[in-house]
Design a binder for this molecule. Structure first.
Ligand SMILES: *Cc1c(COP(=O)(O)O)cnc(C)c1O
Length: 376
């Protein structure tokens, strides 16, 4: 991608590498073609054959009885919580760094009326199983809420795209099952997890009752997520989607892109993982004291770069990465995201090419060298 960056430079075009999120990925030409020719109908009447096909194929891929196409990952998680926790006075157990808790506007509390009980996330996206068992309300008396759901996240976004170990997921299931509590997987990027583990995604989600994944992230589709589970669960989810305003009409137009995503965009995710590792190596090679990555912990398409915020904040570094000055020998603008002054996040997706990665590494090294020189 080449475009002019405001301000600093206007003499030549600048190479922009946008690593803020995989949600930025645009539909592929094949998706646009499929969208243009999709056979559609009114999906609220159950008459859109393309949506039906996407739901059927998704359920099959996940090894679940049924699936429903929804507007977003946030909506998928909210619906799952509303269906699992329909009883008032419900409590969910999840990791404290989970997307449903941190970045969904408190929807579980705000809309579903559910309280969260949080266990500190380990750096690999898991949490303590002993604590899980402790926190489950056993035969709650009139003082306590009912534990109605356990949520796990795979891959774990804020833990840097970590893939949950399969045996840990199985243990979560076994503990939850003892108390008859279902497990929901926020699998926004669960396809990345399957590619990393080199197993069918069906295996990754085997031990959870319900799971959602985003078509609109690394899979490149423009809009939408899938929520899957038992037939009874999905029937209720469909009903809940409607009250949230998510009953849509000729949604086959976008489901068509989702079908291309399932066919063409899963196996290629390895390329995104390779790219993120290349960026991690580029940072690690600098042996900087201020900027660190956990090279051996890089697994999928997300990388966290940790910085010493007593020296410089993420905001300042991000600004420098995105700026290009006349005097810079590297004319590259790298866009990144951050939720914390001490961390910068990089995410790769299908439009990020080998050339983009090489350029981004050059720019990162330039900025790290510059800041290290200034502070040593
Ligand atoms: C992006 C994301 C979501 C929400 O998806 P949207 O489609 O952006 O609403 C949920 N969970 C995780 C882990 C995510 O990364």
């Amino acid at each position: 991608m080449y475009e002019k960056v405001n301000g600093e430079i206007n003499t030549s075009a600048v190479h922009v590498v946008d690593l803020r999120s995989d949600t930025i990925s645009k539909p592929t030409p094949e998706m646009r073609e499929a969208m243009a020719t999709a056979v559609v109908g009114d999906d609220v009447f159950g008459e859109d054959p393309t949506v039906a096909e996407l739901e059927r194929r998704s359920a099959e891929l996940l090894g679940k009885e049924d699936a429903v196409f929804v507007a977003s990952g946030t909506m998928a998680n909210l619906i799952a919580i509303m269906v699992h926790c329909s009883q008032r006075g419900s409590e969910i157990i999840s990791g404290d760094n989970g997307h449903t808790f941190r970045f969904e506007q408190g929807g579980p509390a705000q809309i579903a009326g559910v309280q969260a009980s949080l266990i500190r996330n380990n750096s690999d996206g898991t949490f303590s199983l002993d604590e899980l068992r402790d926190r489950i309300r056993k035969n709650p008396d009139c003082h306590e809420p009912y534990t109605t759901l356990v949520i796990i996240e795979n891959t774990h976004n804020m833990c840097g795209g970590k893939v949950l170990p399969l045996d840990w997921i199985e243990k979560v299931k076994n503990i939850s099952k003892e108390y008859n509590i279902p497990v929901h997987m926020d699998g926004a990027r669960v396809m990345n997890a399957a590619v990393y583990l080199k197993v069918p995604v069906e295996r990754v989600v085997r031990d959870v009752d319900t799971v959602c994944f985003c078509l609109s992230k690394g899979l490149g589709a423009p809009i939408g997520s899938i929520l899957a589970g038992s037939k009874t669960f999905v029937d209720k989810a469909r009903r809940t989607r409607k009250v949230l305003g998510g009953g849509w009409r000729q949604a086959g137009i976008i489901a068509a892109a989702g079908l291309v995503a399932l066919d063409k965009m899963i196996d290629r995710l390895q390329e995104d993982h390779d790219h993120i590792l290349q960026i991690a190596r580029g940072i690690s090679d600098m042996k900087s004291k201020t900027f660190q990555v956990d090279l051996s912990g890089v697994q999928t398409n997300i990388l966290m770069m940790y910085l010493d915020k007593s020296i410089i904040t993420a905001k300042e570094v991000q600004k420098r990465l995105a700026s290009v000055f006349e005097t810079d020998e590297v004319k590259v603008c790298v866009k990144t995201s951050s939720r914390d002054a001490g961390v910068i996040r990089f995410v790769t997706y299908w439009e990020i090419s080998d050339q983009d990665v090489t350029a981004a590494v050059k720019k990162l090294q330039l900025v790290i060298r510059e800041i290290d020189n200034r502070h040593n």
